[in-house]
Design a protein around this ligand. Structure first.
Ligand SMILES: *Cc1c(COP(=O)(O)O)cnc(C)c1O
Length: 366
Protein backbone atom coordinates (compact mmCIF):
# COMPACT_ATOMS: atom_id res chain seq x y z
CA UNK A 1 0.00 0.00 0.00
CA UNK A 2 1.30 3.48 -0.88
CA UNK A 3 -0.01 5.63 1.99
CA UNK A 4 -1.71 8.99 1.40
CA UNK A 5 0.57 10.58 3.99
CA UNK A 6 3.73 9.53 5.77
CA UNK A 7 5.68 11.01 8.66
CA UNK A 8 9.16 12.14 7.62
CA UNK A 9 11.13 13.22 10.69
CA UNK A 10 14.91 13.63 10.14
CA UNK A 11 17.05 11.33 12.31
CA UNK A 12 18.55 14.33 14.18
CA UNK A 13 15.24 14.62 16.00
CA UNK A 14 16.12 11.52 18.00
CA UNK A 15 19.19 13.19 19.53
CA UNK A 16 17.23 16.35 20.29
CA UNK A 17 14.45 14.40 21.99
CA UNK A 18 17.02 12.54 24.10
CA UNK A 19 18.62 15.84 25.03
CA UNK A 20 15.26 17.07 26.33
CA UNK A 21 14.61 13.82 28.21
CA UNK A 22 18.04 13.98 29.87
CA UNK A 23 17.68 17.66 30.73
CA UNK A 24 14.91 16.87 33.18
CA UNK A 25 12.89 19.79 31.77
CA UNK A 26 10.11 18.43 29.61
CA UNK A 27 7.76 21.41 29.49
CA UNK A 28 8.21 24.60 27.45
CA UNK A 29 11.83 25.80 27.38
CA UNK A 30 14.78 26.36 25.02
CA UNK A 31 13.60 23.93 22.32
CA UNK A 32 10.27 25.75 22.02
CA UNK A 33 12.19 29.03 21.75
CA UNK A 34 14.32 27.57 18.94
CA UNK A 35 11.26 26.26 17.12
CA UNK A 36 9.70 29.73 17.35
CA UNK A 37 12.86 31.32 15.95
CA UNK A 38 12.76 28.93 12.98
CA UNK A 39 9.05 29.63 12.45
CA UNK A 40 9.71 33.37 12.36
CA UNK A 41 12.38 32.72 9.70
CA UNK A 42 10.01 30.44 7.75
CA UNK A 43 7.40 33.20 7.44
CA UNK A 44 9.43 36.39 7.62
CA UNK A 45 7.13 37.54 10.44
CA UNK A 46 8.57 39.42 13.41
CA UNK A 47 7.08 37.13 16.08
CA UNK A 48 6.30 33.41 16.23
CA UNK A 49 4.58 31.78 19.21
CA UNK A 50 4.21 28.05 19.66
CA UNK A 51 0.94 26.61 20.93
CA UNK A 52 -0.37 23.09 21.50
CA UNK A 53 -2.24 22.65 18.20
CA UNK A 54 -3.39 24.41 15.05
CA UNK A 55 -6.93 24.89 16.29
CA UNK A 56 -5.79 26.72 19.42
CA UNK A 57 -3.48 28.79 17.19
CA UNK A 58 -6.61 30.03 15.38
CA UNK A 59 -8.49 30.53 18.66
CA UNK A 60 -5.77 32.67 20.29
CA UNK A 61 -5.29 34.66 17.07
CA UNK A 62 -8.99 35.57 17.11
CA UNK A 63 -9.13 36.11 20.88
CA UNK A 64 -6.17 38.47 20.67
CA UNK A 65 -8.36 40.76 18.55
CA UNK A 66 -10.90 41.13 21.38
CA UNK A 67 -13.92 40.60 19.16
CA UNK A 68 -17.36 41.53 20.52
CA UNK A 69 -20.51 39.42 20.29
CA UNK A 70 -21.91 39.75 16.77
CA UNK A 71 -18.53 40.46 15.18
CA UNK A 72 -18.09 38.45 12.02
CA UNK A 73 -15.27 36.46 10.49
CA UNK A 74 -15.54 35.68 6.78
CA UNK A 75 -13.83 32.47 5.71
CA UNK A 76 -14.05 29.72 3.10
CA UNK A 77 -16.56 26.87 3.23
CA UNK A 78 -13.99 24.52 1.65
CA UNK A 79 -11.80 23.72 4.66
CA UNK A 80 -11.27 21.42 7.60
CA UNK A 81 -13.79 21.91 10.38
CA UNK A 82 -11.18 23.39 12.76
CA UNK A 83 -11.39 26.70 10.88
CA UNK A 84 -15.08 27.03 11.76
CA UNK A 85 -14.77 25.56 15.26
CA UNK A 86 -12.08 28.11 16.14
CA UNK A 87 -14.31 31.00 15.04
CA UNK A 88 -17.13 29.68 17.22
CA UNK A 89 -14.79 28.97 20.16
CA UNK A 90 -13.60 32.58 20.02
CA UNK A 91 -17.24 33.75 20.27
CA UNK A 92 -17.45 35.21 16.76
CA UNK A 93 -19.96 34.67 13.96
CA UNK A 94 -18.91 32.87 10.78
CA UNK A 95 -19.81 33.71 7.18
CA UNK A 96 -18.61 31.87 4.09
CA UNK A 97 -17.49 33.27 0.75
CA UNK A 98 -17.46 30.84 -2.17
CA UNK A 99 -14.25 29.49 -3.70
CA UNK A 100 -12.52 29.65 -7.06
CA UNK A 101 -12.41 26.18 -8.66
CA UNK A 102 -8.96 26.81 -10.10
CA UNK A 103 -7.08 27.07 -6.79
CA UNK A 104 -9.79 25.73 -4.38
CA UNK A 105 -9.23 28.89 -2.33
CA UNK A 106 -11.66 31.61 -1.31
CA UNK A 107 -12.60 33.89 -4.22
CA UNK A 108 -11.53 37.47 -3.40
CA UNK A 109 -14.55 38.95 -5.24
CA UNK A 110 -16.95 36.74 -3.24
CA UNK A 111 -15.14 37.75 -0.07
CA UNK A 112 -15.47 41.44 -0.88
CA UNK A 113 -19.19 41.09 -1.65
CA UNK A 114 -19.84 39.78 1.88
CA UNK A 115 -18.00 42.47 3.82
CA UNK A 116 -20.48 44.37 5.95
CA UNK A 117 -20.74 46.45 9.10
CA UNK A 118 -20.17 43.53 11.45
CA UNK A 119 -17.18 42.15 9.55
CA UNK A 120 -13.96 42.32 11.58
CA UNK A 121 -11.76 39.56 10.21
CA UNK A 122 -11.01 37.94 6.86
CA UNK A 123 -9.78 34.40 7.34
CA UNK A 124 -8.52 32.81 4.12
CA UNK A 125 -7.27 29.21 4.31
CA UNK A 126 -4.25 28.34 2.15
CA UNK A 127 -5.89 25.08 1.19
CA UNK A 128 -3.75 22.07 0.21
CA UNK A 129 -0.63 24.27 0.58
CA UNK A 130 -1.38 26.80 -2.15
CA UNK A 131 -1.60 30.40 -0.91
CA UNK A 132 -4.98 32.08 -1.29
CA UNK A 133 -4.95 35.11 -3.59
CA UNK A 134 -3.34 37.41 -1.01
CA UNK A 135 -2.37 39.96 -3.67
CA UNK A 136 -6.10 40.82 -3.79
CA UNK A 137 -7.19 39.81 -0.27
CA UNK A 138 -4.55 41.82 1.63
CA UNK A 139 -5.42 45.13 -0.10
CA UNK A 140 -9.13 44.41 0.48
CA UNK A 141 -8.48 43.98 4.23
CA UNK A 142 -6.44 47.16 4.26
CA UNK A 143 -9.10 49.18 2.39
CA UNK A 144 -11.92 48.01 4.68
CA UNK A 145 -9.96 48.17 7.95
CA UNK A 146 -10.19 44.42 8.58
CA UNK A 147 -7.72 42.09 10.27
CA UNK A 148 -6.32 39.16 8.31
CA UNK A 149 -5.99 35.80 10.01
CA UNK A 150 -4.38 33.26 7.68
CA UNK A 151 -5.24 29.63 8.31
CA UNK A 152 -1.83 28.35 7.19
CA UNK A 153 -2.27 24.89 8.75
CA UNK A 154 -1.43 23.22 5.43
CA UNK A 155 1.03 25.73 4.01
CA UNK A 156 4.39 25.80 5.87
CA UNK A 157 6.79 27.81 3.72
CA UNK A 158 4.31 28.61 0.93
CA UNK A 159 4.18 32.12 -0.49
CA UNK A 160 3.62 34.51 -3.36
CA UNK A 161 6.70 36.04 -4.95
CA UNK A 162 9.10 36.64 -2.08
CA UNK A 163 6.42 37.00 0.61
CA UNK A 164 5.43 33.99 2.68
CA UNK A 165 2.13 32.91 4.22
CA UNK A 166 1.83 33.94 7.82
CA UNK A 167 3.35 37.37 7.10
CA UNK A 168 0.33 39.17 5.58
CA UNK A 169 -1.80 38.80 8.69
CA UNK A 170 -1.75 36.63 11.79
CA UNK A 171 -0.50 33.26 10.54
CA UNK A 172 -1.80 30.08 12.16
CA UNK A 173 0.04 26.83 11.48
CA UNK A 174 -0.71 23.25 12.53
CA UNK A 175 1.98 20.73 13.46
CA UNK A 176 -0.45 17.78 13.58
CA UNK A 177 0.77 14.28 12.66
CA UNK A 178 -0.21 14.47 8.98
CA UNK A 179 0.86 18.05 8.27
CA UNK A 180 3.96 18.97 6.23
CA UNK A 181 5.80 19.76 9.48
CA UNK A 182 4.72 17.73 12.49
CA UNK A 183 5.30 17.42 16.20
CA UNK A 184 2.42 14.96 16.65
CA UNK A 185 0.23 17.75 17.98
CA UNK A 186 1.34 21.35 17.89
CA UNK A 187 0.76 24.78 16.42
CA UNK A 188 2.39 28.12 15.68
CA UNK A 189 1.12 31.68 15.44
CA UNK A 190 3.08 34.34 13.55
CA UNK A 191 2.55 38.10 13.51
CA UNK A 192 4.31 41.38 12.84
CA UNK A 193 2.15 43.13 15.45
CA UNK A 194 3.86 43.54 18.86
CA UNK A 195 0.58 44.02 20.75
CA UNK A 196 -0.99 40.91 19.19
CA UNK A 197 2.12 38.85 19.99
CA UNK A 198 2.07 40.06 23.58
CA UNK A 199 -1.59 39.19 23.99
CA UNK A 200 -1.13 35.72 22.48
CA UNK A 201 1.80 35.02 24.81
CA UNK A 202 -0.51 35.83 27.74
CA UNK A 203 -3.52 33.91 26.41
CA UNK A 204 -1.58 30.68 25.85
CA UNK A 205 -0.25 30.72 29.42
CA UNK A 206 -3.24 31.30 31.75
CA UNK A 207 -3.20 35.05 31.05
CA UNK A 208 -0.10 35.39 33.25
CA UNK A 209 2.38 38.22 32.71
CA UNK A 210 4.62 36.91 35.49
CA UNK A 211 3.98 34.24 38.07
CA UNK A 212 0.50 34.74 39.57
CA UNK A 213 0.11 38.08 37.84
CA UNK A 214 -3.05 37.48 35.83
CA UNK A 215 -3.98 40.08 33.23
CA UNK A 216 -6.63 38.31 31.19
CA UNK A 217 -8.58 35.07 31.56
CA UNK A 218 -6.40 32.69 29.58
CA UNK A 219 -5.77 29.07 28.66
CA UNK A 220 -3.10 26.43 28.85
CA UNK A 221 -2.20 26.20 25.17
CA UNK A 222 1.55 25.64 25.69
CA UNK A 223 3.73 23.38 23.53
CA UNK A 224 6.43 21.23 25.18
CA UNK A 225 10.18 20.99 24.49
CA UNK A 226 9.73 17.29 23.73
CA UNK A 227 7.41 18.19 20.86
CA UNK A 228 9.53 21.13 19.69
CA UNK A 229 12.56 18.81 19.47
CA UNK A 230 10.70 16.77 16.86
CA UNK A 231 9.82 19.85 14.80
CA UNK A 232 13.18 21.67 14.79
CA UNK A 233 15.04 19.54 12.20
CA UNK A 234 11.98 19.56 9.96
CA UNK A 235 11.86 23.36 9.89
CA UNK A 236 15.63 23.44 9.31
CA UNK A 237 15.12 21.29 6.20
CA UNK A 238 11.82 22.73 5.06
CA UNK A 239 13.10 23.99 1.70
CA UNK A 240 14.32 20.49 0.74
CA UNK A 241 11.08 18.89 1.95
CA UNK A 242 8.99 21.36 -0.05
CA UNK A 243 11.19 20.90 -3.14
CA UNK A 244 10.57 17.14 -3.03
CA UNK A 245 6.80 17.62 -2.69
CA UNK A 246 6.92 20.05 -5.59
CA UNK A 247 8.87 17.61 -7.79
CA UNK A 248 6.44 14.81 -6.91
CA UNK A 249 3.46 17.00 -7.84
CA UNK A 250 5.08 17.95 -11.16
CA UNK A 251 5.66 14.28 -11.99
CA UNK A 252 2.04 13.39 -11.18
CA UNK A 253 0.61 16.27 -13.22
CA UNK A 254 2.68 15.31 -16.23
CA UNK A 255 1.73 11.66 -15.92
CA UNK A 256 -1.96 12.36 -15.40
CA UNK A 257 -2.37 14.91 -18.20
CA UNK A 258 -5.03 14.34 -20.83
CA UNK A 259 -7.24 11.83 -18.98
CA UNK A 260 -10.95 12.22 -19.81
CA UNK A 261 -12.82 13.40 -16.70
CA UNK A 262 -9.72 14.05 -14.57
CA UNK A 263 -8.56 17.61 -13.88
CA UNK A 264 -5.05 18.01 -12.47
CA UNK A 265 -4.37 20.82 -9.97
CA UNK A 266 -3.06 24.18 -11.16
CA UNK A 267 -0.66 26.63 -9.57
CA UNK A 268 -1.78 30.23 -9.94
CA UNK A 269 0.73 32.70 -11.42
CA UNK A 270 3.44 33.67 -8.95
CA UNK A 271 2.33 31.40 -6.13
CA UNK A 272 4.63 28.94 -4.37
CA UNK A 273 2.61 25.81 -3.58
CA UNK A 274 3.89 23.38 -0.93
CA UNK A 275 1.58 20.48 -1.81
CA UNK A 276 0.16 19.42 1.52
CA UNK A 277 -2.28 17.57 -0.73
CA UNK A 278 -2.11 16.77 -4.44
CA UNK A 279 -5.77 17.01 -5.37
CA UNK A 280 -7.37 16.14 -8.68
CA UNK A 281 -11.02 16.50 -9.69
CA UNK A 282 -13.03 13.59 -11.02
CA UNK A 283 -15.72 15.25 -13.14
CA UNK A 284 -18.96 13.75 -14.51
CA UNK A 285 -17.06 13.00 -17.78
CA UNK A 286 -14.95 10.33 -16.05
CA UNK A 287 -15.59 6.63 -16.66
CA UNK A 288 -16.14 6.18 -12.90
CA UNK A 289 -17.84 8.25 -10.19
CA UNK A 290 -15.62 9.98 -7.62
CA UNK A 291 -16.41 7.66 -4.72
CA UNK A 292 -15.99 4.54 -6.88
CA UNK A 293 -12.67 5.95 -8.09
CA UNK A 294 -11.42 6.33 -4.49
CA UNK A 295 -12.51 2.78 -3.63
CA UNK A 296 -10.82 1.36 -6.73
CA UNK A 297 -7.55 3.19 -5.99
CA UNK A 298 -7.43 1.91 -2.43
CA UNK A 299 -8.34 -1.58 -3.64
CA UNK A 300 -5.37 -1.36 -6.04
CA UNK A 301 -3.01 -0.38 -3.20
CA UNK A 302 -2.75 3.38 -3.68
CA UNK A 303 -3.89 5.68 -0.86
CA UNK A 304 -6.55 8.18 -1.91
CA UNK A 305 -8.68 10.47 0.22
CA UNK A 306 -11.45 13.04 -0.03
CA UNK A 307 -10.57 16.39 1.59
CA UNK A 308 -13.33 17.54 2.09
CA UNK A 309 -16.55 15.74 1.18
CA UNK A 310 -18.91 18.66 1.90
CA UNK A 311 -18.95 22.39 2.48
CA UNK A 312 -18.09 22.85 6.16
CA UNK A 313 -21.41 24.57 7.02
CA UNK A 314 -23.37 21.66 5.54
CA UNK A 315 -23.77 19.56 8.71
CA UNK A 316 -26.70 19.42 11.14
CA UNK A 317 -24.67 20.78 14.06
CA UNK A 318 -23.94 23.99 12.12
CA UNK A 319 -27.09 24.35 10.01
CA UNK A 320 -29.13 25.82 12.85
CA UNK A 321 -26.24 27.32 14.78
CA UNK A 322 -27.05 30.96 15.61
CA UNK A 323 -23.49 32.10 14.81
CA UNK A 324 -23.10 30.27 11.51
CA UNK A 325 -24.46 32.29 8.60
CA UNK A 326 -24.36 30.17 5.47
CA UNK A 327 -25.78 30.99 2.08
CA UNK A 328 -25.15 28.29 -0.48
CA UNK A 329 -21.64 28.35 -1.94
CA UNK A 330 -22.35 26.49 -5.19
CA UNK A 331 -18.76 26.17 -6.38
CA UNK A 332 -17.57 24.76 -3.04
CA UNK A 333 -20.47 22.30 -2.98
CA UNK A 334 -19.82 21.13 -6.57
CA UNK A 335 -16.05 20.84 -6.06
CA UNK A 336 -16.45 18.94 -2.77
CA UNK A 337 -18.20 16.20 -4.78
CA UNK A 338 -15.26 15.96 -7.24
CA UNK A 339 -12.00 16.17 -5.26
CA UNK A 340 -9.63 13.29 -4.61
CA UNK A 341 -6.19 13.63 -3.07
CA UNK A 342 -3.38 11.28 -4.09
CA UNK A 343 -0.05 10.63 -2.30
CA UNK A 344 2.52 13.42 -2.82
CA UNK A 345 4.59 13.16 0.40
CA UNK A 346 8.43 13.28 0.34
CA UNK A 347 8.87 9.60 1.15
CA UNK A 348 7.49 8.48 -2.24
CA UNK A 349 10.04 6.71 -4.43
CA UNK A 350 10.25 7.08 -8.20
CA UNK A 351 8.62 3.67 -8.44
CA UNK A 352 5.77 4.75 -6.13
CA UNK A 353 5.12 7.77 -8.35
CA UNK A 354 5.04 5.59 -11.46
CA UNK A 355 2.66 3.15 -9.74
CA UNK A 356 0.32 6.00 -8.75
CA UNK A 357 0.13 7.29 -12.34
CA UNK A 358 -0.31 3.82 -13.82
CA UNK A 359 -3.01 2.92 -11.29
CA UNK A 360 -5.03 6.07 -11.96
CA UNK A 361 -4.84 5.38 -15.71
CA UNK A 362 -5.89 1.79 -15.25
CA UNK A 363 -8.79 2.61 -12.92
CA UNK A 364 -10.09 5.27 -15.35
CA UNK A 365 -9.45 3.12 -18.47
CA UNK A 366 -7.15 5.84 -19.79
C1 LIG B 1 -5.18 20.66 10.44
C2 LIG B 1 -5.94 21.92 10.21
C3 LIG B 1 -6.33 22.77 11.26
C4 LIG B 1 -6.22 22.38 12.71
O1 LIG B 1 -4.99 22.01 13.16
P1 LIG B 1 -4.86 20.96 14.37
O2 LIG B 1 -3.41 21.01 14.69
O3 LIG B 1 -5.33 19.65 13.90
O4 LIG B 1 -5.69 21.49 15.51
C5 LIG B 1 -6.94 23.96 10.95
N1 LIG B 1 -7.20 24.31 9.68
C6 LIG B 1 -6.86 23.53 8.65
C7 LIG B 1 -7.16 23.99 7.26
C8 LIG B 1 -6.24 22.30 8.87
O5 LIG B 1 -5.93 21.51 7.83
Amino acid sequence: MIPISSVDVPAEAEELVLEVLRSGMLASGPKVAQLEQLAAEMTGAKHALAVNNGTTALVVALEALQLQPGDEVITTPFTFVATLNAILEAGATARFADIDERDFNVDPAALEALVGERTKVLMPVHIYGQPADMTRIAPLAERRGLTLVEDSAQAHGAGIGDKNVGSWGIGCFSLYGTKNVTTGEGGLVTTNDDAVADRISLLRNQGMRARYQYEVPGHNYRLTDLQAAVGIPQLQRLDAINAKRNANAAFLSEGLAGIEGLVTPTIAEGRRHVWHQYTVRITPDASLGRDAFVDAMIEAGVGAGVYYPKAVYDYDCYRDHPRVIAYPAPTAERIAAQVVSLPVHPKLSQNDLEVIVATVRKVLNA
